[in-house]
Write a protein that binds this ligand. Structure first.
Ligand SMILES: O=C(O)CCC(=O)C(=O)O
Ligand SMILES: [Fe+2]
Length: 339
């Protein structure tokens, strides 16, 4: 009996460790001892050195870009390196964009609206490269295989993309009578302590009151003292928050809906201009999410229609990649779990 339980426990542990390896390493380790030993600074240093060396050996995949695309790519590279974010309006031709809108509507049509944490409702679904539905595949091919996007992602990560991303479609509706309750993604945050790309394609016109992406320009540069203080500070607070929860204590005053906020005094010292990436429909926002960002405020009655493309998964370790590929080869149906 005890042996059985032990065996079951061991199997569960092994599976969860293997599974964790297929995920990109998380931001906070949430171990108070390691946080106080400044583990975060070591991790940051390691990642910066890794990024530097990757930059030395990285050879981008050769993609055929026309003149417009080449000019776009050069401008995007420059802006991403300098500010961490960039937006291109009128990304596709009007006809192509109209097709993408009808694909988006067709793919979301069967998805029921669900309550959204920040108030209102959300309809959302995820599409992979081999989706059986033709609208989904058409939308996927236009966005996730876009050569400028993929080249830029390789530039941000300083490595080649070996697996194509998933894309998520999202329609957020802030009901007219719903209060705008704080929600984690609407709080300024960084996703990871290493450079990684995300892209947001706008299907409707978005601004600072209808949920346009918000980014603290220049916060992709992390080698300054205030940012390093912030990294240690937030790491310790995240670890403390775990203990607070365990002990049934109230969250710290800088905690909003379960995530730790950037200390306002440090944000002031950092002096990053916080910009709402306002854009008309058919705009593509590219972001290095090591920088501080958030979903912009959505006032009652506004709608946000976007496609999100995530590339964090590129940063799994070599073991993780091996496990992921083995799982996918043996059981393709498990892809939703391992990408
Ligand atoms: O929904 C948004 O605009 C931002 C979400 C976010 O924080 C993220 O995708 O990392
Ligand atoms: Fe985020």
């Amino acid at each position: 009996m005890i042996i059985d339980r032990l065996r079951k426990y061991a199997v569960q542990k092994i599976v969860s460790v293997l599974f964790a390896l297929t995920r990109p390493i998380s931001y906070h380790k949430t171990s108070l001892i390691l946080s106080c030993m400044l583990l975060k600074l070591c991790q940051l240093l390691f990642r910066q050195v890794q990024h530097f060396f990757r930059g030395m050996v990285f050879r981008p995949t050769e993609r055929i870009l026309d003149d417009v695309q080449s000019a776009r790519f050069e401008k995007l590279k420059m802006e991403i390196d300098t500010f961490g974010v960039s937006i291109v309006s009128n990304y596709f031709s009007d006809d192509r964009f109209a097709e993408l809108v009808s694909d988006f509507d067709a793919v979301l049509a069967p998805c029921p609206p669900r309550p959204f944490r920040g108030g209102g409702t959300v309809r959302t679904t995820t599409v992979y490269e081999d989706d059986p539905d033709s609208s989904a595949r058409h939308l996927y091919n236009a966005l996730a295989r876009d050569p400028v996007l993929l080249s830029l992602v390789e530039h941000i990560h300083r490595r080649k993309i070996s697996t194509l991303p998933r894309i998520s479609l999202q329609e957020l509706v802030m009901a007219a009578d719903k209060p705008n309750i704080p929600e984690p993604n609407a709080v300024l945050h960084s996703d990871r302590h290493y450079h990684h790309a995300k892209a947001f394609f706008y299907l409707n016109d978005l601004n600072g009151s209808s949920g346009a992406y918000l980014y603290a320009k220049g916060s992709n540069k992390i080698g300054n003292i205030w940012r390093l203080i912030h990294e240690v500070d937030i790491d310790v607070r995240e670890s403390l928050a775990v203990w607070r929860r365990r002990l049934g204590l109230i969250p710290g005053h800088l905690s909003i809906t379960g995530i730790e906020q950037i200390r306002p005094s440090l944000l002031r010292h950092l002096q990053h201009p916080i910009q709402s990436m306002d854009g008309d429909r058919n705009s593509f926002v590219f972001s290095d999410n090591i920088g501080f960002h958030a979903r912009g405020n959505m006032v009652a009655g506004t709608i946000r229609r976007q496609v999100h493309i995530h590339f964090t998964y590129i940063e799994v370790s070599i073991f993780g990649e091996l496990i992921r590929r083995t799982v996918l080869a043996l059981k393709p149906a498990l892809r939703r779990v391992v990408i």
